[in-house]
Design a protein around this ligand. Structure first.
Ligand code: SF4
Length: 346
């Protein structure tokens, strides 16, 4: 079903649409110093379809978490728009806004920060239902009992407090809490980063089950590429707030087309020496400051395949065969196709 959705673009109307979203933050530089602008996201456009899991990957400072917050309407874009079922999030007010907020929920990295240590698990799970005045107390209790079942926790946890649960159990409670309002889109921001490997796998399987049973769309923000490759239908690769590549899972599993995606995928640990990168193809240097991003292709200062023209022109996102959208001057023209051979293993 997932590949069909990724392949059959346009057949299912998107539930969430980013259209040329930019987000900037003014940064004070000190007394009498001119203010600078931090470019957190620039011209980000993509659609999310119901039941689709999209991975958002990139190094620190790539804008992943900002994108997640904008997707939920927690932060407005500086320009561009985010539409939920066709409604511009920035224009919603009153009742419509409250309804959409119920439909868009978030799971954060640290379950300890998401749960109030002084509230029992039952109180934590009942709170959103009470705030939104959903059902009688008996109905609310029935809802949370069902949700505990969905996330694979016994009813006995209800009377316990967060410190009495393991990390994996707490994250399941956080997911159950996010599900109390029957969301249609879940943003999981590094939701498994703090968990042990075996617990990570359990939470990933839980997210896959939820997508299937609830037709839940998930934006899975992560720096963990192997998990993203296993979980997501499509993957959006960000660098310095710009989309470098939007690819099907198969495209990313094959290493991607964009030199940045290729460097990221090859730098993930794999027990196969044949997939090692040649030294000249390894990702070098630090991510430049988003206060002063490089001209042209923002990746040109680190790109192993950079050409003289890369510092002068911002590459457009072009559609390539195999469900890749790529922003790189190596792709998109007939001449470029002749030089766009994938990086070869060492
Ligand atoms: Fe590298 Fe140039 Fe492509 Fe940017 S446009 S990724 S610098 S080859």
């Amino acid at each position: 079903m997932n590949d069909m959705k990724a392949d059959d673009k346009g057949a299912v109307p998107p539930i969430l649409s980013f259209d040329r979203v930019c987000r900037e933050f003014p940064v004070e530089q000190g007394f009498l110093q001119p203010q600078k602008i931090l470019h957190a996201l620039t011209d980000v456009s993509f659609d999310v379809r119901p039941g689709e899991i999209i991975g958002i990957v990139g190094e620190s400072g790539s804008g992943k978490s900002t994108l997640g917050r904008i997707a939920l309407g927690m932060m407005p874009p500086t320009s561009g728009s985010v539409r939920y079922r066709g409604q511009n999030l920035a224009e919603l007010r009153g009742r419509n806004l409250r309804q959409v907020r119920r439909d868009l929920q978030m799971v954060f990295q640290d379950p300890n920060a998401s749960l109030n240590g002084r509230m029992s698990i039952e109180q934590s799970l009942l709170e959103p239902l009470t705030l939104h005045k959903l059902g009688s107390r008996t109905e609310q209790r029935a809802t949370i009992a069902k949700l505990l079942d969905v996330v694979g926790l016994p009813g006995s946890v209800l009377q316990r407090y967060p410190h009495e649960l393991s990390g994996g159990q707490k994250q399941r409670v956080v997911i159950a809490r996010a599900l109390t309002l029957e969301p249609k889109v879940l943003v999981a921001d590094e939701a498994v980063a703090a968990l042990d490997v075996s617990v990570k796998a359990q939470i990933v399987n839980l997210l896959l089950d939820l997508r299937k049973s609830l037709d839940l769309a998930i934006l899975f923000v992560s720096h963990d590429l192997p998990i993203v490759q296993g979980l997501c239908d499509r993957v959006l690769v960000l660098y310095l707030g710009r989309v470098m590549e939007l690819s099907s899972r198969a495209g990313i599993q094959d290493g991607g087309l964009h030199p940045y995606t290729q460097a990221l995928t090859r730098s993930s640990p794999v027990p196969d020496p044949a997939r090692r990168l040649a030294a000249e193809d390894l990702l070098k240097g630090e991510v430049p400051s988003p206060l002063n991003p490089p001209s042209g292709c923002v990746f040109h200062t680190r790109c192993p395949r950079a050409m003289p023209q890369c510092s002068g022109a911002v590459p457009p996102l072009v559609k390539m065969p195999g469900h890749h959208d790529v922003a790189c001057l190596l792709y998109g023209t007939e001449e470029a196709a002749t030089v766009a051979a994938p990086l070869t293993p060492a």
